[in-house]
Design a protein around this ligand. Structure first.
Ligand code: CMP
Length: 503
């Protein structure tokens, strides 16, 4: 009796079909990548419950009890489990395989609707009219209405967001101005989840997104997604603003900084003059919205170095000025230290080592500090400018373009110099020199070298010799072989130097 009832129960609850579908889903899911793989935990749990209920039904039948309701529950749960499996096969396996990706909220709503229909169907089988019950019982309708008020608000909000595309997956949004923003990762039937830059996930009910102000960062009609950032800095108000603006734009505007947009171009504004400082604002457009503070920092570093190279110091807050008692003796001491540093630098450079001390001192006076940060380009192949750099601290890599790639030809360190070729011949830079870590250089311009050449004509020959050797090396690196003759190159360079310096 028990076994017959059990067998009949398993057939009535369609356990075999549901179990078959579950096995099919599990086998297919195994072959899918873990990130998108469906995990049918709920249908499996429901199926286990169905089996338990069927066993209970058989026990009830065997002991002569009425098993109608237990069987109905088993059938109902089996139906819900089957619906869930079918939906997973359709939405998580079939449609993605066909290249169709439905918004998550649609999948959620279809699932809820299918389960609702299944429940009504079960109710009708049991002789209950769920629809009739809801429409005829005013109290029940009111209770359900109140209970679903928020949920319906969220569902409608989620659907509206999807339909009008005001907020899309991937957008960076903030709930109001000045609030922290995050990237939308999912819009579901009840909430929208947002991942912040601090690795938090914020769950926002859809109705809140509909009712409140939502700021979508970096979005402008017809433009790529990029966000304006601003960096404030202060400089002594006596410095010509044009010089400050040129120095910063020359670095951040013209040279490439990662994740800074070329259009719109960066801008520098003089925003205020007060407390003996000029307040400037560097504005740029960020292309990788996730890296806002990281790129701000990179830009700030480039700004500081660009200003230092032009001899522009960032302004010290006036409170600090009051605390630092500057004395003439202290100034003289600092100036003397700086001067002896420069003399030591000149004396350490092989090129200038043979010069008379007086010329060395004169040259040392002409040095300007030029610090660079890691990865900054000091000279760019093909560009025109005429400064010579002597490395005081750090290293630099010299590379030449070879087709689309670039090839390193030398690595220079303290005491080495570069940039002499353009300086001496007026030609465009022959190679790109990049700071390999923090790099401190001294810069000498053409006028200073011209004065040294006048005082010490043999310097031209010394320079031509180094130039010739490097030129031959460069040609070899570019052509990949056939080093030319240093002597011929030297003669040629001497002629060019004389022409350029008008001798
Ligand atoms: P310039 O052409 O003015 O700018 C790039 C500089 O790279 C160049 O001057 C040289 O100073 C330097 N340079 C080029 N080739 C070499 C090399 N083979 N070894 C060392 N430095 C080089």
């Amino acid at each position: 009796m028990f076994w017959d009832a059990l067998w009949q129960g398993l057939i009535d609850a369609r356990v075999a079909y549901v179990a078959g579908a579950l096995v099919l889903l599990t086998v297919i899911a195994r072959r899918m990548p873990p990130a998108t793989r469906p995990r049918p935990r709920v249908p499996t749990a429901l199926l286990v419950l169905v089996v338990v209920l069927v066993v209970a039904t058989a026990a009830e039948v065997a002991s002569g009890y009425d098993a109608r309701w237990t069987m109905l529950a088993a059938q109902g749960l089996a139906l819900i489990s089957g619906v869930q499996i079918a939906l997973a096969l359709c939405f998580r396996v079939g449609l993605p395989a066909a290249g169709v990706r439905l918004p998550r909220i649609l999948v959620d709503i279809c699932t809820a609707a299918a389960i609702g229909v299944a429940l009504i169907w079960i109710g009708q089988h049991a002789g209950l009219s769920v629809a009739g019950l809801i429409t005829t019982s005013a109290v029940l309708t009111a209770v359900i209405g109140f209970a679903l008020q928020d949920t319906l608000g969220n569902v409608m909000g989620g659907l509206a967001l999807q339909l009008d595309q005001s907020v899309r997956v991937g957008d960076w949004i903030a709930l109001g101005h000045g609030q922290p923003s995050g990237r939308v990762v999912e819009i579901r039937w009840r909430y929208t989840s947002i991942e912040t830059r601090a690795w938090e996930t914020v769950v926002v009910p859809n109705s809140m997104l509909m009712k409140g102000v939502v700021v979508v960062s970096g979005r402008r009609v017809g433009e790529p997604a990029q966000l304006r950032r601003q960096i404030d800095f202060y400089v002594d108000f006596r410095l010509p603003p044009g010089e400050v603006i040129d120095a910063v734009l020359g670095e951040v505007g013209e040279r490439e900084v990662r994740h800074v947009a070329r259009t719109p171009a960066p801008q520098v504004l003089l925003v205020a003059l007060r407390d003996s400082v000029a307040h400037y604002q560097l504005r740029f457009w960020l292309t990788e919205l996730a890296l806002d503070e990281v790129v701000d920092s990179d830009v700030r570093v480039r700004l500081v170095y660009a200003l230092r190279r032009r001899g522009i110091e960032l302004a010290i807050p006036s409170q600090a000025v009051l605390l630092t008692a500057d004395s003439e003796a202290r100034d003289a001491r600092l100036a003397e230290t700086a001067a002896s540093d420069r003399r030591a630098t000149i004396a350490a450079v092989a090129l200038f080592a043979g010069l008379e001390p007086a010329i060395q001192v004169a040259l040392a006076r002409e040095l300007t500090a030029a610090p660079f940060t890691a990865g900054e380009v000091v000279t760019r192949e093909g560009e025109r400018d005429d400064s010579l750099f002597v490395i005081a601290r750090g290293h630099a890599r010299v590379a030449v373009a070879q087709g689309a790639a670039s090839r390193e030809v030398a690595r220079l360190g303290p005491g080495d110099f570069f940039g002499e070729m353009a300086l001496m011949t007026g030609e465009p830079r022959s190679a790109t020199v990049v700071a390999d870590g923090e790099l401190r250089c001294w810069r000498i311009d053409k006028a200073a070298v011209e004065r040294a050449l006048t005082a010490h004509p043999a310097l031209a020959e010394q320079l031509a010799e180094v130039l010739a050797e490097r030129r031959v090396q460069l040609d070899a690196a570019r052509d990949g072989g056939g080093a030319g003759k240093v002597a011929t190159a030297k003669q040629d360079l001497m002629a060019r130097i004389s022409r350029f310096f008008g001798r």
